[in-house]
Ligand binder design. Sequence first.
Ligand code: 5CA
Ligand code: ZN
Length: 412
Amino acid sequence: MDAWTGHEVPTLPGRATPPLLFDSARREAAPTTAGSAATMYVCGITPYDATHLGHAATMITFDLVQRVWRDAGIAVTYVQNVTDIDDPLLERANRDGEDWVVLAMRETALFREDMEALRIIPPQHYVGAVESIPAIAAHVRELLQDGAAYTLDDGTGDVYYSIAASPRFGYESNLSRDEMLVLSAERGGDPERPGKRDPLDPLLWRGARDGEPAWDGGDLGPGRPGWHIECATIALGLLGNRIDVQGGGNDLLYPHHECSAAHAERLTGEAPFAAHYVHAGMIGLDGEKMSKSKGNLVFVSRLRGDGVDPMAVRLGLLTGHYRTDRQWTDDVLKAGEQRLARWRSAAAAPAGPSGPGLLAAVREALHNDLDAPTALAVVDAWTEATLNGTGDDPTAPALMAQTVDALLGVRL
Ligand code: 5CA
Ligand code: ZN
């Protein structure tokens, strides 16, 4: 499917070095690629409701990864998926008496508009689960032939992955088996289902059910894909056996990214699937994680409809470090609006303190595991000095505007 339209990103003078990013598997910040090219796969939306600020924060996080890589002269190949068939989509469509295809198309279109408004650099490949079904089914058949998967003998045609086929299972999330059991039940798994070899085995293929859409699976019979194999297949097909960054919110640490990695590594015989598993913190409202199932959502489109500048939303979401779970409040938005107005005044000043000095400090902050709060503080200090009339570099205001545009995605 089509991604959204991008904006021109200014090229900055000089060059940054590739950043350090925190890898959930190693539990430490480590340098990303030393080469001249990088690959990134980010888990995108399940389009049954509008884009909320949690989705936006995660997309902004990986937009920063892309921006710092580009600033380091690295050519980035970025893939993002759309889970345009899965249980939550069908449940919502049934609840509302709507066609699930129309629902998915509408919410995906709105997501694209929101991404464009937030100035998120689009992925080169924006890929739906449905269009990937032939490739996914082929992978499931391969795993069956290889003895890494099995069909449940209850007549449903459901196929499961055997985690016993992945001796390293658990290396990505670093969780105990008990923790995995709890999260599996909470996040779309079915540890209680009878007949599985291991309660943690994830679904690869769901056999056709009455009233549910189904696709030809060849020897698998008709059905639809499981969630984790969807992302493994899309990433492998477009980015190869080893990727630099596998990204998403920290709600995907387990089971989603653990199982995607297990599938991919078994299929290719290469490990680790991702050099960095990068997880963004959860955005919450009123003390709870923002989620469609809880209904405590602030939609990007709603804020846009209210006339809020998307750049203020972006600044609001960048106020906290990307890995921190944090709350969205009216004050966060107000602070974003005030900061945006101050930065805009300073960018229009005749002179300010050293532009190259500012650029170097912003680069250094982002280099260190995307430390956006420090980058914001650096620009704030430069802004205060400029508005106080300190500094005599007449090229600094233009360079400041280019810096925050290119590296933070904030257009002044
Ligand atoms: N389609 C799957 C991924 S393959 C999915 O998780 N969809 S989603 O619509 O639930 O979330 C889309 C992306 O936003 C995922 O990367 C998810 O981790 C992230 N996300 C979801 N809720 C939040 C939140 N409250 N805060 C931050 N990120 C979130
Ligand atoms: Zn995914």
